[in-house]
Design a binder for this molecule. Structure first.
Ligand code: MN
Length: 205
């Protein structure tokens, strides 16, 4: 079968220090993400007809999946997709202002970068329990900030994510404990805006 595989982290575990610590990155990638991949493969083991599908295709056809694997695919397929995107959206010495089309779109849809940042932070803080905050392109082609619970991905709501922040406790608890706002503030220093720009171009051209 086409097994889903854990993509390698594109930098060292410590690359995002001091904003995201090495131990958190190692556990987050090597254990949490690895487990999503393992459980997704396990769920599909007996369903050969689904094994050639991409993770996006699986998540967009949840309603058509056999009932006994639907939840497993939703949670672990979502976990695999979300984290595969997340690692690329981070980089060492990131966090500078976005340039080009994404910056222009942020100014157009949020008035200015500071207002966008305030709204994104508020959304990320307000996620109750485990989930994600996202900057997405909505069906009208405009930028929008949204949140998802658990490992749901915005594509399931017909929105295309270009930037996402994992606010599960496993993403920050070792360093920040209950202080999620401190983690959110630190994250702005490691955003890979070139990747966000690429995501935007891939969707809108
Ligand atoms: Mn995570």
């Amino acid at each position: 079968m086409t097994k889903f595989i854990l993509p390698p982290l594109p930098y060292s575990f410590g690359a995002l220090e001091p904003y995201i610590d090495a131990q958190t990155m190692e556990i987050h990638h090597d254990r949490h993400h690895a487990t999503y991949v393992e459980k997704l493969n396990h769920a599909l083991e007996k369903h050969t007809e689904l094994q050639s599908k991409t993770v996006q295709e699986l998540l967009l056809s949840l309603d058509k999946l056999p009932a006994e694997i639907k939840t497993e695919v939703r949670n672990n397929g979502g976990g695999h997709l979300n984290h595969s995107m997340f690692w690329l959206m981070l980089k060492q010495n990131g966090g500078k202002m976005p340039q080009g089309k994404v910056y222009d779109a942020i100014k157009k849809d949020f008035n200015n970068f500071e207002a966008f940042k305030v709204e994104f932070n508020a959304k990320a803080k307000s996620v109750f329990g485990s989930g994600w905050a996202w900057l997405v392109i909505n069906k009208d082609g405009k930028l929008e900030i949204t949140a998802t619970h658990n490992q749901d991905n915005p594509i399931e709501k017909n929105m295309q994510p270009i930037l996402g922040l994992d606010v599960w406790e496993h993403a920050y608890y070792l360093k920040y404990q209950n202080k999620r706002p401190d983690y959110i503030n630190a994250w702005w220093n490691v955003i890979n805006w070139e990747q966000v720009e690429e995501n935007y171009d891939n969707i809108l051209g």
